[in-house]
Design a protein. Structure first.
Length: 320
C-alpha cells in the first residue's frame, strides 16, 4: 500500500470514530482538523462553514491559527480563498497564496505563520457545507495525490456535518414542542403577569438560541377612540440597547400593520438609517393579537451564533 493511501485510510478511520462521539459539531470539527493536520504532516488546518443564509462562510474550527478568530472571521461567498472555493466547489492548492488575487489577508488570524495551503470544498452531493484547509509552515507544492486525500477527507466530513445537523434539528424541534407545552401550562396557572412574561421570554429565547427578548404590551382603552399607550413589561438586559435603538419605529410598524416582521440584518435595512456601520443585528417580531386587536409585541434579537433568523424561526415565534 502506498504511503498516501495509508495516510488516507488512517484519517478516514479516525474521522469515523469521531463521527460517532457525543461531541457537538464544533468539537467534532476541531478534532477532525487536528487529525487531518497530523495525518498530512502539516502545521495548521481550519474549517469554514456556510451560514444559514448561504451567503457567507464562517471560521468554525482552527488549529495553528489564533483561536480568537473562530466564530468571527467571515468571508462573503466568492470572496477570499474560503469564499471562492465554497462558491466554485473545487479544490485549490497554492504554494504562494499571498500572491494570489483571491487571497484576503486578515492579520488577526495569524495566517502569516504559514506559507502554503490546500483547500477543498465540503460537499454533500451538489450542496456545499463549507471548506477545509490544510496549512503549511514551509513552502508546499502539493501533489495531486495530496489534494485527492484532502478532497476525500472533505467528503467524509460532509457526512459528519449532515448527521450532526440532523440530530440538532431533531433536538431543536423537541425543544420547541416543549416550549409550546410549558407556555400552554403556564397560561392556565396562577402566575402573575410579570412571572408569565418572564417565563415566555426565557423559554422562547432558549428555544431559538437568541441573545434576548422583549415583550411590550399596549394599554387597553376604556372606550372607543381613547389613545393607547405602549406599556413596557419585559426587556432582557442583554438586549436593552437593541430595544432602545430599534424598538420605536419597529413597534409602530408592527402595531399598524398587524403582521410579523423578519429583519435579517438591520445594518442593511433602509428602515433603520441610524444603524449603518453599527453591529449587524437580526430581529424577529410578532404582534400579540386578541379579537383582531394588537395587545402587544414580542421581539427576539440576534442568535447566539450571530446568524440571521429564518422564516422557520419567525413561524415558531408566531405559534408562541
Amino acid at each position: 500500500m502506498e504511503p498516501v493511501e495509508r495516510t488516507e485510510l488512517s484519517i478516514l478511520s479516525e474521522i469515523g470514530r469521531i463521527s460517532t462521539s457525543s461531541d457537538d459539531l464544533h468539537r467534532k470539527l476541531q478534532r477532525i482538523i487536528e487529525v487531518v493536520m497530523r495525518g498530512i504532516g502539516k502545521e495548521g488546518a481550519s474549517v469554514f462553514l456556510l451560514d444559514r443564509s448561504g451567503k457567507n462562510v464562517i471560521l468554525e474550527a482552527a488549529a495553528g491559527l489564533n483561536q480568537e478568530a473562530v466564530g468571527k472571521l467571515t468571508f462573503p461567498l466568492g470572496k477570499g480563498i474560503a469564499g471562492w472555493v465554497a462558491e466554485q466547489k473545487i479544490p485549490l492548492a497554492l504554494a504562494d497564496p499571498y500572491s494570489d488575487p483571491r487571497f484576503q489577508y486578515v492579520p488577526e488570524t495569524g495566517i502569516e505563520r504559514f506559507k502554503s495551503l490546500v483547500a477543498a470544498p465540503i460537499m454533500d452531493e451538489d450542496r456545499c457545507f463549507g471548506v477545509i484547509f490544510v496549512l503549511a509552515g514551509q513552502t508546499w507544492n502539493a501533489t495531486t495525490s495530496e489534494v485527492t486525500v484532502l478532497t476525500t477527507t472533505a467528503n467524509q466530513i460532509s457526512g459528519v456535518i449532515r448527521s450532526t445537523l440532523l440530530f440538532q434539528d431533531i433536538e431543536d424541534r423537541l425543544a420547541k414542542l416543549a416550549t409550546i407545552y410549558e407556555i400552554g401550562i403556564a397560561l392556565t396557572s396562577t402566575l402573575d403577569l410579570n412571572q408569565l412574561l418572564s417565563l415566555i421570554a426565557r423559554n422562547t429565547t432558549a428555544s431559538l438560541r437568541a441573545q434576548g427578548c422583549t415583550i411590550h404590551l399596549l394599554d387597553l382603552p376604556a372606550g372607543d377612540g381613547e389613545n393607547r399607550e405602549l406599556r413596557l413589561k419585559f426587556v432582557d438586559e442583554s438586549v436593552r440597547a437593541f430595544d432602545n435603538l430599534f424598538g420605536g419605529p419597529m413597534l409602530a410598524s408592527i402595531i399598524q400593520d398587524k403582521r410579523p416582521l423578519l429583519i435579517a440584518d438591520t445594518s442593511q435595512d433602509t428602515r433603520f438609517p441610524g444603524s449603518a456601520g453599527l453591529q449587524s443585528v437580526s430581529i424577529i417580531s410578532v404582534p400579540l393579537i386578541f379579537h383582531d386587536r394588537v395587545t402587544g409585541v414580542i421581539t427576539l434579537f440576534s442568535t447566539e451564533q450571530g446568524q440571521p433568523f429564518t422564516v422557520d424561526d419567525l413561524q415558531f415565534l408566531t405559534t408562541i
